[in-house]
Design a protein around this ligand. Structure first.
Ligand code: IDC
Length: 300
């Protein structure tokens, strides 16, 4: 849609320097909801929802996670089919190494290196692909840990795809953009990097928005690669006033975002209603409260 992107200032831009904002949806865990990784679904997101990007969430640890018993060949095939479908539609696509219960990305760094080597070699010439190397470091993981992980993984990606866009998670479930702003990646590894900030509208309010503004003002490129409308558990009541305040700010500052999640799981964050069985071409009846809100929001 905008060709190869690069990071300029605190956001993405096309080759001629035009600011670009990506807005889209994240899948739920690929192992659990593979049915939404299909071309017709992504076409619906593009044509009916005005999305220009999708995020493919590959859990590393829990349930059938890639590093803990998941069928790696099957999961990689799913990632590749998602990338191919998105690319054919002119959508940008984020390959998300979904660190969560494994706490620190250092736990499975060897597997991350092999995975991103393989993916970036396969997509070396595909400017639609963005690499999100760790979803949400948490527990005792420090920014120094994440930085050390990034300094090992990014050169592997750059070896295959020197200009690739990389999204790096931040500590405390990708809330500590202040830590990244105080000590960002520098030199080659820092090129075309955005740092992620995640919010769940009913949990994260003004205090985290202020942190985002301060980090942006300090020059840190930020990507909200995941946000949710309810609380941080993905459930509870949706807070659309807060979600609107967040997206108003993101739009104003040209910060890109993806909404969690493209699934019909019976939890408030889902974009589809639990009763919906359609895997594309969703009608109003297929949408959850969040789905209806987000579709309307993206159409503005
Ligand atoms: C949640 C899912 C839920 C699943 C759980 C597994 O919504 O269905 O059982 O993961 O651990 C995040 C994470 C994201 C979470 C989401 C909601 O990136 O994986 O998904 N969330 O809890 N960070 C903040 C909230």
């Amino acid at each position: 849609m905008y060709g190869a992107l690069h990071v300029e200032g605190t956001s993405l831009a096309s080759a001629d320097g035009t600011p670009v904002q990506l807005r889209g949806a994240s899948t739920h865990g690929l192992a659990w909801f593979p049915q939404y990784v299909n071309s017709a679904a992504f076409r619906t997101l593009r044509d009916d929802w005005h999305a220009n990007c999708v995020r493919l969430a590959l859990y590393t640890a829990e349930y059938d996670g890639y590093c803990e018993g998941g069928d790696q060949a099957k999961l990689k095939a799913l990632v590749r089919s998602g990338v191919d479908a998105a690319t054919d539609l002119g959508l940008y696509v984020i390959i998300d190494w979904h660190v969560l219960h494994d706490l620190t990305p250092l736990t499975y760094i060897d597997q991350a290196e092999a995975f991103f080597d393989e993916m970036s070699a396969a997509y070396a010439d595909n400017p639609n692909v963005l690499y999100e190397i760790c979803n949400e470091p948490n527990g005792d993981t420090s920014w120094a840990d994440v930085k050390s992980y990034a300094e090992q993984v990014i050169p592997i990606i750059h070896h295959n795809a020197p200009d690739a866009i990389v999204i790096v998670g931040t500590p405390e479930w990708s809330q500590r953009v202040d830590s990244a702003a105080a000590d960002p990646l520098t030199g080659e590894v820092g090129k075309n990097v955005l740092y992620s900030l995640h919010f769940y509208a009913a949990t994260h309010g003004e205090w985290l928005r202020e942190r985002m503004v301060q980090a942006l003002d300090a020059g840190l490129p930020i990507f909200i690669s995941e946000f949710g409308t309810p609380d941080a558990s993905g459930a509870g009541a949706n807070d659309f006033a807060s979600a609107n305040a967040w997206l108003d700010l993101a739009d104003e500052r040209n910060v890109s975002y993806c909404c969690w999640s493209l699934s019909n799981k019976d939890e408030a964050a889902s974009l589809l209603a639990p009763t919906s069985t359609a895997t594309s071409g969703w009608t109003d009846a297929d949408l959850s409260e969040t789905g209806a809100w987000y579709r309307e929001r993206l159409a503005r």
